[in-house]
Each structure stands twice: as C-alpha cells, then as structure tokens.
Design a protein around this ligand. Structure first.
Ligand SMILES: CC(C)(COP(=O)(O)OP(=O)(O)OC[C@H]1O[C@@H](n2cnc3c(N)ncnc32)[C@H](O)[C@@H]1OP(=O)(O)O)[C@@H](O)C(=O)NCCC(=O)NCCS
Length: 182
C-alpha cells in the first residue's frame, strides 16, 4: 500500500518522525500517590496524554484531540522521588488521525542508575480545525528500521480497531432490529 492509498493529500508535505518526537519529564511527589503509596495510574496517564498531545500538535501543525487511548500497560510501580520520562512519537498517520506511541521510563531523581521502562501506551489523535472537524495531517515519514516496525505494527492496530468497532456496531444494530435493545 502506498501513502496515497490511505487518502493522503499530495499537497501536504510529509514530515519525518524526528520532527515531532518529544520527551516530557516530571518528578513524582506525595501529591501523585494512590492509597498504596505508589504513584496513581491516572497521574501517569495524564503525562502520557500530555506528551502524545504535544507530538500530535507538532506533527499536524495545529490543534489535535485524543480520539482513543489503548494498550496502556503499567509494567512496574512508580514511586515518589522517581524522575519519570515520557517519550512519544508519531507511529502512523492516516487522513486526519495519527497513532502516537508512548514509552514511560523512570529513574531515581538523585541517583545515576539507568532508567527502566515502567509503561507504554498507544493513542490515536485526530487533528481538528477551529470548528472541531477533522482536518488532514502530513504523512509521517519513518526514518529508521525501528520507526518502520512501529509504523507496520500501528497499521495492524488500526485494522483491528476498525474491525472491532464495525463488529460491535453490527451487533448493536442486529439486537435493535430483533427488538432486544432500544
Ligand atoms: C475524534 C473526533 C474529532 C472524530 O470525529 P468524527 O466526526 O468521528 O470524524 P471521523 O469519523 O472522520 O474520524 C476522524 C479520524 O479519527 C479516527 N477516529 C475517530 N474515532 C476514533 C477512535 N475511537 N479510535 C481510533 N480512531 C478514531 C477515524 O478513523 C479518522 O481517521 P482518518 O481520518 O485518519 O481515517 C471526535 O469524535 C471528537 O471530537 N471526539 C472528542 C475528542 C476529545 O474531546 N478528546 C478529549 C477527551 S477529554
């Protein structure tokens, strides 16, 4: 499949992955904890959404909204005093949507030990115009083999998201037609 097969606008120049790749870093404090004393998952999810939103805005050159967040994985607990780095990049682009891949790393704020990965997520952002309607985005141009692998994996996730949504809509319509739901 070529880039134009996906509905890309040939008049919008593509952008390399590195042009919008972003890292957001934050030290976790007592305000970020859950009842167990470790960092609340929602705090990490907000940082993930913030970093992905910055990438989506930079890539698309304007406002972009979160359409979905999936496969948010928490691999290790995050603690007070951890310096968390949220690394985000555009994995894939469609007509108006972008998949942003995010990796979350943590290291002790005052130690020189290497950071470990504590989480990851995939988000879909839609670029919107001033009326909130989807607008076209530049096609992402993967630069490295890792970028190309992420692009291919994002296409698989996109296919599954669309198929799942279609299957659920068909089931709901069938149940309404059979009088089981209203
Ligand atoms: C996201 C939004 C702009 C989509 O608008 P829409 O009228 O459904 O437009 P479309 O169906 O054309 O979708 C636009 C693109 O987003 C993608 N998309 C829409 N909903 C999606 C979802 N749930 N998951 C993944 N992708 C989605 C579509 O596949 C399409 O991609 P493409 O243009 O690259 O092919 C709209 O639903 C919206 O504004 N949602 C609220 C966003 C928001 O407020 N986020 C913050 C939450 S607090």
């Amino acid at each position: 499949m070529t880039i134009l097969d996906r509905g890309a606008d040939p008049e919008i120049a593509g952008k390399p992955t590195s042009a919008s790749r972003t890292t957001l870093s934050h030290i976790m404090t007592g305000n970020d904890t859950n009842l167990l004393g470790t960092v609340h998952g929602g705090v990490i999810m907000k940082l993930v959404d913030d970093a992905a939103g910055a990438v989506a805005g930079r890539h698309s050159g304007g406002p972009a909204v979160t359409a979905s967040m999936d496969e948010m994985a928490f691999l290790e607990p995050v603690r007070v005093g951890d310096l968390v780095h949220v690394k985000a990049q555009v994995n894939w682009t469609g007509r108006s949507s972008m998949e942003i891949g995010v990796r979350v790393l943590a290291e002790r704020w005052n130690e020189s030990t290497p950071a470990t990965q504590v989480g990851s997520a995939y988000l879909v952002f839609a670029a919107v115009d001033e009326d909130g309607r989807p607008r076209r985005v530049p096609q992402v141009m993967p630069e490295t083999e890792k970028d190309r692998r992420r692009y291919q994996e994002a296409q698989i996730r996109r296919t599954h998201r669309l198929a799942r949504r279609r299957a659920i809509m068909e089931l709901r319509e069938k149940r309404v037609a059979e009088g089981l739901d209203d």
